[in-house]
Design a protein around this ligand. Structure first.
Ligand code: ACO
Length: 431
């Protein structure tokens, strides 16, 4: 018997099975040989919410949630946030290695030269109500992009993949900015390819009548770091959605619309929006203890706290706290910051949060920065979606290149009625 195996005995039959362990996991299909009788389907594993199921092999992002480690392609997030840029980091995420100067120039040029939208896209953004949630408009616009690029159906062609990556990464800030300008009734501001990725995004958000927009370098850098922190996060809910939808071999725009829709929810990327709403609702630091008491009594969650994977301080939250100070020097201190700091202080000392290992996550402070930059809370998940587009696409390509990946199609444990005969209407009785 080799050491890297698991021996299980089925007490229903007394039979023992030896199951290989590879990379710290057993292959769930190996359980199928465990049968109680001849016609038995075989043993399955039951794991709602994928609490303990690896759905793929990946070489992109490593997280050790117990100690608060996050690395892209082996590089610690703290170093990337300090030394890299968003576009350089995305090159790393896609290619596995940091680029040379020429490679980075080519990568950035291609992304920055795919920023324009087909004019028809403006027309359907125009069709949304002024108060439409920006995420709803963004998700729909991304899905609609699929109809503009039918060549994207060639999902296994590396050249086509590359093209769609440039298009999606180039265009998503433009769609996001247009969605914002539509909501506040300003004319759309077109991309300026002379600016950096985040500088151009700020230009499309905030340009008024000036001929050339000059982004504030502190805000441009802060946004760039926030984008680095949000670029990928292994098999989170939205990335899983990207792989899931993409596994049916649909085009990347349709799959990415699915991923963005998953991000929208308040338990995932919508949490940064909910944090700000929560802080505003609390209103002042003296109301924090009562709010915490309510959370502990089950009257809602402390938004921006807790994580499926991190059972320690989210390393991204630490970096964000530092950037917040730099941003507030330019924009003025966000008055909600004191409430956030007080919430964090009390929660980190409270048994309820300590026992459940609930720490601030990436969303706890990011919203405060976005708000100080002048963005409405409903735009926060949109900013997350821009940054995460790189991770979604890199994971999508990794999935397509993985010979072990198949159409994502889980099993179920059926607990419903056994077979029964149809009852005609005149013989039915109310339940
Ligand atoms: N506030 C209060 N209690 C919490 C919180 C919270 N934010 N998060 C978890 N708990 C409690 C649960 O009530 C549960 O308590 P119990 O054991 O007494 O029933 C326990 O901690 C475990 O919680 P689960 O929901 O089972 O843990 P799960 O891993 O499924 O949840 C999640 C992770 C969804 C992120 C959760 O912590 C949460 O809802 N947080 C608030 C929303 C949020 O900030 N989401 C952003 C996550 S980061 C991201 O997606 C980018």
């Amino acid at each position: 018997m080799t050491a890297d195996t698991l021996t299980v005995t089925d007490n229903r039959t007394g039979t023992s099975y030896e199951i290989p362990i590879e990379n710290g996991a057993i292959n769930a299909s190996h359980l199928r040989q465990i049968k109680a009788s001849e016609g038995d389907f075989g043993l399955m594993s039951y794991d709602p919410g994928f609490l303990n199921t690896a759905s793929c092999h990946s070489r992109i992002t490593y997280i050790d949630g117990d100690v608060g480690i996050l690395r892209y392609r082996g590089y610690p997030i703290e170093q990337l946030a300090e030394e890299s840029t968003y576009l350089e980091t995305t090159y790393l995420i896609f290619h596995g290695e940091l680029p040379t100067a020429a490679e980075l120039e080519d990568w950035s040029w291609n992304i920055n030269h795919h920023t324009l939208l087909h004019e028809n896209i403006k027309k359907f953004i125009d069709g949304f109500k002024y108060d439409a949630h920006p995420m709803g408009t963004l998700v729909s616009s991304i899905a609609a992009l699929s109809t503009f690029y039918p060549d994207s159906k060639n999902i296994f062609d590396p050249e086509s993949q590359r093209k769609q990556v440039f298009r999606l990464m180039g265009k998503i800030p433009t769609v996001a900015a247009f969605v914002y300008r539509h909501a506040i009734g300003l004319p759309y501001a077109y991309p300026d390819n002379d600016l950096s990725y985040t500088g151009n995004f700020l230009n499309m958000l905030y340009k008024m009548t000036e001929l050339k927009y000059s982004p504030d370098p502190v805000l441009e850098k802060a946004l760039d770091v926030l984008f680095i922190l949000h670029a990928d996060h292994e098999q989170n809910c939205s990335t899983n959605a990207m792989r899931n939808v993409g596994s049916s071999q649909t085009d990347p725009y349709s799959a990415l619309a699915g991923a963005a829709a998953a991000l929208y929810g308040p338990l995932h990327g919508g949490a940064n929006e909910m944090v700000l709403r929560m802080l505003a609702e609390i209103g002042s630091t003296d109301k924090v203890p009562a709010f915490i008491k309510g959370v502990k009594a089950g009257e809602g969650r402390l938004m921006g706290f807790g994580h499926r994977v991190y059972k320690n301080y989210d390393p991204r939250a630490k970096v964000i706290k530092r950037i917040a100070d730099q941003v507030f020097e330019v924009t003025g201190r966000n008055p909600l910051l004191d409430i956030a700091l007080e919430l964090e202080r009390i929660a980190l000392e409270d048994d309820y949060f300590i026992q459940r290992k609930l720490y601030p996550n990436v969303d706890f402070y990011s919203g405060l920065i976005y708000q100080s930059m002048g963005l409405p809370v409903s735009m926060f998940p949109v900013l997350f979606a821009i940054a995460r587009t790189s991770g979604w696409l890199a994971q999508w390509i990794e999935m397509l290149e993985d010979p072990e990946q198949k159409l994502a199609r889980p099993r179920q444990l059926y607990l419903g009625s056994d077979v029964r005969d149809y009852v005609p209407m005149n013989r039915r009785q109310a339940a």
